[in-house]
Design a binder for this molecule. Structure first.
Ligand code: UDP
Ligand code: MG
Length: 316
């Protein structure tokens, strides 16, 4: 199979028939063998009914129904597990991404050797309240990930070589950082293609400011993971040990200089009168705590349950 198109959706009943017809048109015109995998992420409208109807009309449709809303990342990950095509395309369900881009994305993966090609909504049709935080977000993601050639990390339209999606785990709000996940998994050729973007035709956006906050927190843990793996002790342990060492050395210095003053008949106070003594003791205590925090983190991450624990209610 040439192409798997993975589409996560949450309450998009109006868009689906139009979207599928458009995809089918493009696929047939280019002679691709394909599948479209709809992941219904706990929709409360009639999206699932629409998917069942599309399935009845075409064998190229697969539908997966989550028991409840688990988020776009979980939905994408589930689609990645299911995908069988040589090239995997992800796109949003709301008709903002254009299926007309797929043939060129496919060509870039198969002919130009890209591992991942991310869409770039060069001209974006969303309100300023969305585009402004996105600008900030993209600047941060570029810096942290070291992938300097991407303008738009979070574009829903992306193409992947199959091995990429089978070797990354998308969870939490990580769908915003898939190029970074791919890079950490060792895939090097990551590119970009300017794509057309349209205003939302039906329904409303599912992402608000709270998702951005969660997204930033996930970026921090992703950065941490890529630097230290599941070894929090290598970060906190080092910091804690250093602090403990500095504290211990200054306790000794304060103590020795007080003793020196005492034996030489110089004016002195008790060691325990010195504020430096207490500062140094505090440093030793905080250092020990940091070390233990890292140790605990390491024990926990080694026994962590699956990060993706979504439940599938039905498949068609
Ligand atoms: N989506 C999802 N689960 C969610 C939220 C969104 O599967 O919890 C889907 C949504 O239906 C759409 C895509 O993710 O297909 C992108 O969402 P949206 O268009 O609301 O985001 P925006 O384009 O406003 O950034
Ligand atoms: Mg959208």
């Amino acid at each position: 199979m040439d192409i798997s198109i993975v589409i996560p959706l949450f309450n998009e009943e109006e868009s689906l028939p139009e979207l599928y017809a458009w995809i089918e048109r493009v696929m047939k015109a280019n002679g691709f063998s394909f599948e479209v995998i709809f992941i219904n992420d706990g929709s409360t409208d009639h999206s699932w009914k629409v998917i069942e109807k599309l399935k009845a009309q075409s064998d190229c449709v697969k539908g997966i129904k989550f028991r409840r809303n688990y988020g776009k990342s979980a939905a994408l990950f589930c689609g990645f597990e299911e995908a069988q095509g040589d090239v995997v395309i992800t796109m949003d369900a709301d008709l903002q991404d254009s299926p007309d881009e797929i043939p060129e994305l496919y060509r870039m993966i198969t002919k130009e050797g890209y591992d991942l090609v991310s869409g770039w909504k060069q001209k974006r049709y969303d309100p300023l309240s969305k585009t402004l935080p996105t600008k900030l977000f993209n600047a941060t993601a570029r810096k942290v990930s070291g992938i300097k050639n991407l303008h738009d990390f979070n574009c829903g339209l992306k193409a992947y070589r199959k091995e990429v999606v089978k070797n990354i785990e998308v969870y939490g709000e990580m769908h915003r950082y898939i190029p970074y996940l791919a890079k950490n998994a060792g895939f090097k050729k990551i590119g970009e293609k300017a794509v057309h973007h349209q205003a939302r035709k039906y329904g409303t956006t599912k992402f608000g400011l709270n998702r951005f906050v969660n997204g930033y927190l996930d970026l921090i843990s992703l950065w941490f993971l890529s630097k230290f793996g599941i070894k929090p002790m290598h970060f906190f342990g080092l910091l804690g040990s250093l602090m403990f060492l500095v504290g211990m050395i200054s306790v000794i210095i304060v103590g020795v200089s007080k003793l020196y003053a005492m034996y030489n008949g110089l004016p002195y106070r008790l060691v325990t009168d010195s504020p430096y003594f207490y500062l140094s003791l505090t440093a030793m205590i905080i250092g020990t705590q940091l070390f233990l925090a890292g140790f605990l983190g390491e024990l926990i991450s080694r026994n962590a349950p699956e990060r993706n624990n979504y439940q599938i209610e039905k498949k068609v």
